[in-house]
Design a protein around this ligand. Structure first.
Ligand SMILES: Nc1ncnc2c1ncn2[C@@H]1O[C@H](COP(=O)(O)OP(=O)(O)O)[C@@H](O)[C@H]1O
Ligand SMILES: [Mg+2]
Length: 353
């Protein structure tokens, strides 16, 4: 197992800067997720690490081994980097059995066939497919095909594992199951892993560290809880579920003015006098039908109220903006009803605008 280090990676396609000054370190045995919207440079970063894409500049190290360095001209080819990869499209061969698919990386390494048989069996056991060795991919479910791809990626004991949206083609329930399986496998093997996804739940649940990417750059790195609770910018906040944003002015470190009203806030890191955004999660907005609270409230009207089973989504129009609340399931509101939205002080995030 090795540490993966990247320094100042940059990759352009014509005028498009796909990846810009990206530096990171994935400690030995850790799983780090790159989280970001489509087009932010996740796949390009991963392909540069794999050796499938040549960076314009930068450095990539696996442990003490420099595999790419634009300054000294080092560029180890992909097949000699000893990296396991899994793609969104499973990329397994339809005309080969499960066992032959998994054996492929060993055959191209010219391993003796007795060793191949043993390693393939071990890898298939790890992904619980040992009973399916002789089947063809068309005889497997999507989740099983993805596990074949996983077995093929780990069978040759790679130094690191790269996974590019490996679960995106699976339906929701299977995706959650496979998420747990991948994490379990990664922990058992103790393999350094870079996992790419646009799905915040996936990133938060799987990772030791999450690196949020935006427009070719890493904008915040932290543990899942830190990213979820303390996003540093509006972009990161929005990406991890802080869907409500209100423009405000910070009067002092404990007070902000929102739509002409004073709100109690905890803006301890910001200088008063400036424009800020207040953010709050839908599950933290309290919808009051009877008007009781006096501070941190906004008056509004219900635009829609949608029963979701375990909660009710209420969209509230307040002074030109829309506030989304997840109210208790028994909430019984109709379009046009007057309501008050309470935004509790300890649930408000204050971000510089
Ligand atoms: N081979 C390519 N040729 C031209 N542009 C590319 C190529 N690959 C990626 N890009 C562009 O680089 C940017 C980053 O793409 P990508 O790394 O695939 O993002 P992500 O995986 O986060 O969706 C996008 O603007 C994309 O259109
Ligand atoms: Mg991609």
């Amino acid at each position: 197992m090795v540490t993966l280090v990247a320094e100042n990676l940059r990759k352009t396609y014509g005028r498009t800067v796909a990846v810009d000054s990206v530096s990171f370190e994935i400690p030995e045995g850790a799983l780090v997720t790159f989280l970001g919207p489509s087009g932010c440079g996740k796949t390009t970063t991963l392909r540069m690490v794999a050796g499938l894409e040549k960076p314009d500049s930068g450095l990539i190290k696996l442990g003490a081994d420099v595999v790419y360095d634009s300054a000294s001209g080092v560029a180890v080819p992909a097949e000699r980097r000893e990296i396991g990869m899994v793609f969104q499209s499973y990329a397994i061969w339809p005309h080969m059995t499960v066992a032959n698919n998994v054996a492929f990386p060993l055959k191209i390494r010219r391993m003796p066939s007795s060793d191949i048989a043993r390693l393939v069996t071990d890898a298939l056991k790890l992904v619980q497919l040992d009973a399916y060795a002789d089947r063809y991919p068309s005889q497997l479910s999507g989740g099983q095909q993805q596990r074949v791809a996983l077995a093929r990626a780990i069978v040759f004991q790679p130094r690191i594992l790269l996974l590019d949206e490996p679960l995106s083609n699976l339906d929701a329930k299977l995706r959650e199951e496979m998420r747990g399986e991948i994490r379990d496998l990664q922990l058992r093997l103790g393999i350094t892993t870079l996992f790419v996804t646009h799905d915040q739940d996936e990133a938060l649940s799987l990772s030791d560290l999450v690196a949020v990417m935006h427009e070719g750059r890493i904008v915040q790195v932290g543990g899942p809880r830190e990213i979820y609770e303390h996003p540093k910018t509006r972009f990161v906040a929005n990406f991890v579920g802080w869907t409500n944003f209100l423009s405000a002015e910070l009067i002092d470190r404990k007070t902000a003015r929102v739509q002409g009203k004073k709100f109690e806030v905890a803006g301890k890191d910001l200088n008063p006098g400036g424009a800020v955004h207040l953010a709050i999660r839908p599950e933290d907005v309290l919808v009051e039908e009877n008007q009781t609270s006096i501070s941190n409230v906004l008056d509004g009207r219900v635009r829609t109220s949608m029963f979701m089973g375990s909660y009710t989504v209420v969209e509230i129009e307040v002074d030109g903006s829309l506030l989304i609340a997840h109210a208790p399931p028994q909430t019984n509101l109709r379009r046009g009803d007057s309501v008050r939205a309470l935004l509790p002080r300890d649930r408000l995030l204050v971000l510089s605008a």
